[in-house]
Design a protein around this ligand. Structure first.
Ligand code: IPM
Ligand code: MG
Length: 370
């Protein structure tokens, strides 16, 4: 039995708890196989936490997030909390986790599995074999820049401000992650910014070029973020790693996700800096999709993005590469066999519910390890 691995499970709102339930079953499978023992702590977050405790995340939950090996996050938000003050909105809990754990590197891999080629709204020849990594800066930029909020000018005019700001160190550290990742992939980095309009864009362009000099073996390109959005649709195969700021990364990763057929397929890992002594890093794993309140509670949600996020946790936080491979293989096989949740339904395939998808994933894990 491998050493105990602690994890803070935060299912959240909407479809979050439904997809997390399937991952809990897969965790149970690994434990039954005596492959890993998970020490699970669970807590509410987002709207669910607001309803129960009047805040989007509790202090005791933050403490656990800071001490346990990893955080596994479902999804937060929904129309129910639209009028809650911003500091208590469901999203605030998520943003606080990212910020307080200093999870600056958000890895959003968009991989098109063969079985999914026809599920994409793009032509099969455009997306076939696609494997790109959107690397999003996650703890700075316009999400966190100050001042933020409403101001009243002297003449009584109301205006609302968000601030986009980056320090050099913030850009350097995310760019280094991009180049390190590229070396293990196809050795190419694009840095997306708006240096034609934004001062922070000019800075991103300068600093990324400086960092690129440390990695002369890696092919490097600057690209304007709007052009990047267009090129992703036109010819995504030109990309390997795309590094970008918090807001552009949010947008480009939704776009990249759709190439894979559905937002319900895309996992993510948010990593902090490695500890200089132990090498361990804070980490949170979450699907790129949101809480999908329109389909919540109906058993329709696709658990694969959540499951693949769990797979990333096994790989990046627990160094369990073989187990992570098993998770990915099981997902791929189930899709090859034609089982589909509604979001990825295709002609000739078998429609399944969230739980049935979980059943097939477990059966597949049994089969491939028999
Ligand atoms: C994401 C989400 C979040 C974000 C929301 C839920 C705050 O869209 O993780 O991409 O904007 O970062
Ligand atoms: Mg988003």
């Amino acid at each position: 039995m491998a050493a105990n691995k602690s994890v803070l499970v935060l299912p959240g709102d909407g479809i979050g708890p439904e997809v997390m339930e399937q991952v809990r079953r897969v965790m149970g499978w690994f434990e039954a196989k005596e492959a890993v023992r998970f020490e699970v702590e669970e807590a509410p977050v987002g709207g669910a936490c607001y309803d129960a405790h009047g805040v989007s995340i509790q202090e005791e939950t933050m403490e656990k997030a800071l001490t346990l090996d990893a955080v596994l996050f479902g999804a937060v938000g929904g129309p129910k909390w639209d009028n809650v003050p911003r500091e208590h909105r469901p999203e605030a809990g998520l943003l606080r986790l990212r910020k307080d754990l200093d999870l600056f590197a958000n890895l959003r891999p968009a991989v098109v599995m063969d079985a999914m080629v026809d599920a994409s709204t793009l032509k099969p020849e455009v997306v076939k074999g696609l494997d790109i990594m959107i690397l999003r800066e996650l703890t700075s930029g316009v999400y966190f820049g100050l001042p933020k909020g409403e101001q009243t000018l002297e003449d009584g005019t109301v205006r609302v401000v968000d601030t986009q700001a980056y320090t050099k160190d913030e850009i350097v550290r995310i760019c280094r992650v991009a180049f390190e990742l590229a070396r293990k992939r196809s050795n190419k980095v694009h840095c997306a910014e708006k240096s034609n309009v934004m001062e922070t864009g000019v800075f991103w362009r300068q600093v990324s070029a400086e960092v690129a000099k440390e990695y002369p073996d890696v092919e490097f390109h600057h690209i304007l973020a709007d052009n990047c959005a267009m090129q992703l649709i036109r010819n995504p195969h030109q990309f390997d790693v795309i590094v970008t700021d918090n807001l552009f990364g949010d947008i480009l990763s939704d776009e990249a996700a759709m190439m894979t057929g559905s937002l319900g397929m895309l996992p993510s890992a948010s990593l902090g800096a490695p500890d200089p002594v132990t090498g361990a890093r804070k980490a949170m794993y979450e699907p790129v999709h949101g809480s999908a309140p329109d389909i919540a509670g109906q058993g329709k949600a696709n658990p694969i993005a959540m499951l693949l996020s769990f797979g990333m946790m096994l790989r990046y936080s627990y160094d369990l590469g073989r187990e992570a491979d098993l998770v990915e293989q099981a997902a791929q096989n189930v899709l090859n066999e034609g089982f589909r949740t509604a979001d990825i339904m295709q002609d000739g395939c078998t429609p399944v519910s969230t739980e049935e998808m979980g059943n097939h994933l477990l059966a597949e894990l049994d089969r491939i390890t028999a």
